[in-house]
Design a protein around this ligand. Sequence first.
Ligand SMILES: NC(=O)c1ccc[n+]([C@@H]2O[C@H](COP(=O)([O-])OP(=O)(O)OC[C@H]3O[C@@H](n4cnc5c(N)ncnc54)[C@H](OP(=O)(O)O)[C@@H]3O)[C@@H](O)[C@H]2O)c1
Length: 334
Amino acid sequence: MQTRTLGTTGPQTSALGLGCMGMSALYGDSDRAESLATIHAALDAGITLLDTGDFYGMGHNELLINEALRTAPAAAREKALTSVKFGALRTVEGGFSGYDGRPAAVKNFAAYSLQRLGTDHIDIYRIARVDPDVPIEETVGAIAELVAAGHVRHIGLSEVGADTLRRAAAVAPIADLQIEYSLISRGIEDAILPTARELGIGITAYGVLSRGLISGHFTRDRKLAANDFRGMSPRFQGDNLDRNLDLVDALRKIADQKGISVAQTAIAWVLSRGEDIVPLVGARRRDRLTEALGALDVTLDAADLTAIEQAIPAGAAAGDRYPAVQMAHLDSEH
Ligand SMILES: NC(=O)c1ccc[n+]([C@@H]2O[C@H](COP(=O)([O-])OP(=O)(O)OC[C@H]3O[C@@H](n4cnc5c(N)ncnc54)[C@H](OP(=O)(O)O)[C@@H]3O)[C@@H](O)[C@H]2O)c1
């Protein structure tokens, strides 16, 4: 397995990470046995980075990872790195009701996560969204105390802009920024990515397949469950969906010429954007994981990159990457 290092202070990880969110939440129902088999297959293939959030299925995702690690061979378990997001507040009905980044809350969230994960430390810990009522210095300062106490190894951030990156990095070393980055979500290129590079902060890129939209497997007539985020996502609606799938068709021509899949092309493109970027793939089935891993063997030369850029120019996506109410929570978009 190829490896990359997260920032100047972060851990070495597999070049692809596994994002486990879809195994518990947001993309409709998933199959528990297949989810566990997918995590095991990922570890077996050499993936070391497992990304989760305590609010993915209100603890469900962490308990799933606990079970997967407990039942994995010891060697794989020892190499595995947990990357955990906290701070999102949930309702009994499953809604989101805000964010809590107060220091006491950070330590409370961590205590519960450690218990659910069944580990004595979290490798990378980050607040999912900045709490608008708590300065980032206080939230990061609380994680730094967890690092000092040995409960957390590294501090990460999620969906923050360049100013917040600087403020956080002034408090403690930051390993990585987790943020959406794909052929159709290139917002980080102007200010956030250059700032992360200047500060020696790595990137864990999520949504590299834009939640399946640019995977090559998403079809216009796909029926989504009521609890599927994509049913509310602007990019999956009506004319936007048509225009975005037209972009996928353009990408498919390039993929076909290279004899690789659309998903592999999209993941390989993110991998090609810098050694400091680790794509998190959201596979929740072994066949999808196998396809994603194939991206590691893809080389995109200058002609390929030019063709891809022509097929999907920056800013070509139709629709925002989140519904308006969630866009408002993104420090990275302000
Ligand atoms: N920090 C944040 O704010 C944030 C936000 C979102 C996610 N994340 C993290 O990033 C991870 C990845 O995000 P994501 O799930 O949105 O990413 P993604 O990889 O863009 O999308 C995953 C979806 O794409 C579809 N897909 C089709 N072919 C695939 C293939 N070969 N490999 C993988 N997926 C394929 C699957 O949908 P079907 O199974 O329906 O076909 C899968 O559920 C999450 O699991 C989570 O850990 C972080």
